[in-house]
Design a binder for this molecule. Structure first.
Ligand SMILES: C[S@@+](CC[C@H](N)C(=O)[O-])C[C@H]1O[C@@H](n2cnc3c(N)ncnc32)[C@H](O)[C@@H]1O
Length: 178
């Protein structure tokens, strides 16, 4: 049945020797803002966690990062609980062709890569999905896939228990305390 998935988690298959804290932070923030409930990171600086705690405290919700899990373990557990594994790669099937199938899924694990993705990930994934067949960014690919799968519903989401709330305005900034 088509609808919005009840649970989306994100897995970043990292590269232990190249730490890119800014990209990690952006992956977390995009996942949180666009409807995922958590992200698994193979490695991360403590600062990423601190940033997320601060963002949740200020802007609400309970998005969280889980550190140190092996990608194999996360994928194994996902499959065990009936979660579909969607790996984002420029070599995959175009998102516009597979999105009708993806929209039927209830629980998803979206896998994004860092600089080097182990070949096994391509075979373990239920879907290998491309956002164009051109190289670009895991942050951009993740945002577009989250948007396509949720059909724009993620844009209307509100976050519970925030300290601050934005009153959207066409000019300037309006922020109120809750
Ligand atoms: C620096 S890129 C590496 C590009 C890689 N050769 C690939 O398989 O897409 C890091 C990550 O960005 C994502 N990515 C980059 N371009 C993409 C595209 N066109 N479609 C989907 N994901 C993409 C993938 O998750 C990839 O592992």
């Amino acid at each position: 049945m088509e609808g919005i998935p009840t649970s989306i988690r994100v897995l970043r298959v990292g590269q232990r020797y190249v730490r890119d804290e800014r990209t990690l932070t952006h992956l977390c923030l995009v996942s949180r803002a666009l409807g995922a409930e958590s992200i698994y990171l193979e490695d991360a600086e403590k600062d990423v966690l601190r940033t997320l705690e601060e963002v949740n405290r200020t802007w609400g919700g309970d998005f969280h990062a889980e550190l140190g899990a092996s990608w194999r373990g996360v994928i194994r557990e996902a499959k065990k609980e009936g979660r579909s594994v969607v790996h984002l790669t420029m070599y995959g099937m175009p998102i516009q062709e597979v999105v009708p199938d993806l929209k039927k899924l209830d629980k998803l694990l979206i896998v994004v890569g860092g600089p080097k993705v182990p070949g096994k990930v391509y075979h373990e994934a239920d879907y290998n999905v491309a956002v164009t067949s051109q190289p670009h960014s895991e942050v951009a690919a993740l945002a577009i896939v989250l948007h396509e799968i949720q059909g724009g519903e993620e844009l209307k989401r509100t976050f519970q228990k925030s300290r601050l709330r934005i009153l959207p305005t066409s000019h300037g900034k309006r922020v109120v305390e809750n």
